[in-house]
Design a protein around this ligand. Structure first.
Ligand code: SAH
Ligand code: SF4
Length: 352
């Protein structure tokens, strides 16, 4: 949905009263109307005109899959230029409805373990394309169960901090009381460590959460897993995060994907603890969602041991609950089907 300002400009250009903008946003964001036909306050001729010129969603849904339990929904959106991106809704038992959204078509950063990275980068998403993914799931929740999206995570396709301005614009839309009115504290941006954007976020007034994909506690290992680490070195990244923490007093979430025999040893847990101790931070260990890229999940006992070591250094640590693996909807598994290399004949079951 276009912004209030854009809609008002359109109305002015078409010599229509500006109050229609508020009526449209109210119907779409507050009442969950998915089509102009349902907006009774609008005269019929305007409904047709708006449906053509001011579509409620700027993309089309082309495919949707639901996990067996129904708690996870993965949707493929077709953008105006035919490109495809995915978004995921995760309904947790405690009432939390999280939406994992994409910020780019593909991703150019080529982390060795990530399926999205194999797609390469095509283009940035616009503010509207980002925010509409949340609007789409909000409308779905409203109509299916009278519920709302409660949390948004930028952990779908793309590197949000290489599309900084549009991601910030979308966060403002999500937070806007006239739009989705989502608390900034319920929005999390995950970055692979783009230092200039972290510095910019330190001055952003909304209290969004920052998650940093650290994945390795030393430069050599990190570089071998994440090529972007060559451009933004680990010591430079940690310095920027310390400055960010001091300035905002917000807690940073370090994401650490647990890859069997790659980054899951007790020695690396100790190195990680030394690296971040003293910061306002917590570590989120992510069980690896296996793809066709050859890495294996570390498994429950190694993950638990890694966590115990971090906790012995008094670093708060959680292990992520992943949903939706049965429909390849979990973090790092989003890669639009047509571009995916064929899967090997046997797939190792996920150990959690
Ligand atoms: N580009 C951003 C955000 C999207 S990726 C980033 O890298 O942070 C979101 C998270 O999923 C990152 O922490 C990423 O490292 C992780 N991830 C990638 N592939 C994964 C996989 N197969 N299993 C589990 N997590 C994965
Ligand atoms: Fe891009 Fe994030 Fe995947 Fe790395 S982990 S390739 S930065 S989407």
């Amino acid at each position: 949905m276009q912004s209030m300002q854009e809609i008002q400009e359109y109305l002015r250009a078409h010599k229509l009263p500006e109050f229609r903008a508020k009526q449209i946003l109210q119907a779409v964001y507050k009442e969950g109307k998915g089509s102009y036909d349902e907006i009774a306050v609008l005269p019929k001729n305007l409904r047709e005109q708006f449906a053509r010129d001011l579509p409620i969603l700027c993309f089309e849904k082309t495919n949707e899959v639901r996990s067996k339990s129904g708690d996870t929904v993965k949707t493929l959106f077709k953008l105006h230029d035919g490109l495809l991106v995915e978004g995921v809704l995760m309904r947790f038992k405690n009432g939390r409805n999280s939406v994992c959204i994409s910020s780019q078509v593909g991703c150019g950063l080529k982390c060795t373990f990530c399926a999205t990275g194999t797609m390469g980068f095509t283009r940035n998403l616009t503010v509207e394309e980002i925010a509409d993914q949340v609007l789409y799931f909000d409308q779905m929740l409203k109509s299916e169960q009278g519920a709302r999206v409660t949390h948004v995570i930028f952990m779908g396709m793309g590197e949000p901090f290489l599309n900084y301005d549009n991601v910030i614009g979308a966060i403002r839309t999500l937070n806007d009381p006239d739009c989705l009115n989502l608390a900034a504290r319920h929005i999390t941006v995950s970055t692979s460590g783009i230092v200039p954007s972290i510095n910019k976020l330190a001055d952003f007034p909304l209290q969004v959460n920052l998650a940093v994909s650290i994945h390795a506690p030393n430069q050599e290992l990190r570089e071998s897993m994440m090529p972007i680490a060559k451009a933004y070195k680990l010591d430079q990244l940690i310095a920027a995060l310390k400055a960010y923490g001091d300035k905002t007093k917000r807690r940073i979430s370090y994401e650490y994907v647990m890859l069997y025999d790659k980054n899951d040893s007790p020695e690396l847990a100790r190195q990680l603890a030394e690296l971040i101790r003293g910061q306002r931070a917590h570590v989120n260990l992510i069980p690896y969602n296996e793809t066709y890229l050859g890495f294996k999940n570390a498994g429950k006992s190694r993950i638990d041991h890694f966590r115990e070591i971090l906790e012995s250094y008094k670093i708060p640590t959680t292990v992520r609950v992943s949903l939706g693996q049965d429909i390849s909807a979990a973090c790092g598994q989003l890669a639009v089907e047509e571009r995916k290399p064929p899967r090997p004949p046997s797939v190792v079951p996920i150990v959690q």
